[in-house]
Design a protein around this ligand. Structure first.
Ligand SMILES: [Zn+2]
Length: 286
């Protein structure tokens, strides 16, 4: 069985491609699907796994952010379950199509990638139901909260909270997968200074018994999130410190002492330097 119950009527399936998680939240009205896998073909496998679970029909979907490994199955879910609402933060929804087109172009340039065809063949379907700060979804006998805790992995991250099950789905704000060595995804669209503060919101909404489902990898607990928050905080503080001492961007990776491998932090450092206000930067010392 692909889906495993990690909290009361909260099932997670972990797919080999990207070690990505798709989560189902069950309620009296049906199932909410959180994240939709990385292609139409990959989403067909999700639909089969949902049917095999036999826990009901899908009534809505959520994208935790706009990246293709979380959104490219949107169209396929609609093919299987009709015109269901797809929820996302307003920024994520707006960026889903342009971000998806960039990914298709990237795969186009990789003729040997085994997933090239299925990525190219996927129809881009953005979320159609958006919010800016927080919204509650009524699943019949339980409420599910979508919260934008602030920026971090992207500008439009959301977390899904299921209060009665003490479960929280963190999207890629939390990273567990061994595929990435548990290193958070600092990409070209990340916000290294905002990220620790957004994880403070996650910490405020969880307790010692909470189950936290990351976007990739195994479910974790609050301690794991706290430790990852602290390390991301060290990345942010190190960038701030280097810039204020006048270390130029070109030398920052080399000069800094980092809590993650340097090769994973190139975008984080560049984005950090770009996002620092002028008052916190000093001209390079000669
Ligand atoms: Zn992801």
């Amino acid at each position: 069985m692909a889906f495993t119950e990690v909290a009361d009527r909260v099932w997670v399936a972990r797919y080999e491609w990207f070690d990505v998680n798709v989560t189902l939240v069950g309620g009296g009205r049906g199932l909410l699907v959180v994240d939709t896998n990385a292609s139409a073909t990959a989403a067909r496998a999700v639909v089969e796994d949902i049917r095999r679970l036999g826990a009901g029909e899908v009534v809505a979907a959520v994208n935790t952010h706009e990246h293709f490994d979380h959104t490219f199955g949107n169209g396929e879910l609609r093919s299987a379950y009709g015109p269901i609402p797809i929820h996302a933060h307003e920024v994520a929804a707006e960026r889903t199509v342009p971000a998806g087109e960039r990914i298709k172009a990237r795969y186009d340039a990789e003729p040997d990638d085994p997933h090239r065809e299925e990525v190219q063949a996927t129809e881009l379907v953005p979320a159609d139901t958006t919010f800016s700060s927080a919204v509650a979804l009524d699943l019949g006998d339980r409420m599910v909260e979508l919260v934008h805790p602030g920026r971090g992995h992207t500008a439009g991250d959301l977390i899904v909270r299921i209060p009665d099950a003490d479960a929280l789905l963190a999207g890629d704000l939390v990273e567990e997968s061994a595929l990435r060595g548990s290193v958070p995804g600092f990409g070209g669209d990340c916000y290294p200074f905002d990220w620790p503060l957004s994880l403070d919101v996650v910490l405020a909404l969880t307790g010692p018994g909470s189950v936290v489902v990351p976007g990739h990898g195994a479910p974790v607990d609050r301690d794991f999130v706290e430790e990852q928050r602290d390390r991301i905080g060290v990345v942010a503080e190190t960038i701030r410190d280097l810039a204020s001492r006048g270390v130029p961007l070109a030398q920052a990776l080399e000069v800094g002492e980092w809590p993650f491998p340097r090769e994973d932090l190139e975008d984080a450092v560049r984005r950090g330097y770009e996002q620092l206000p002028r008052s916190q930067k000093r001209l390079p010392l000669v």
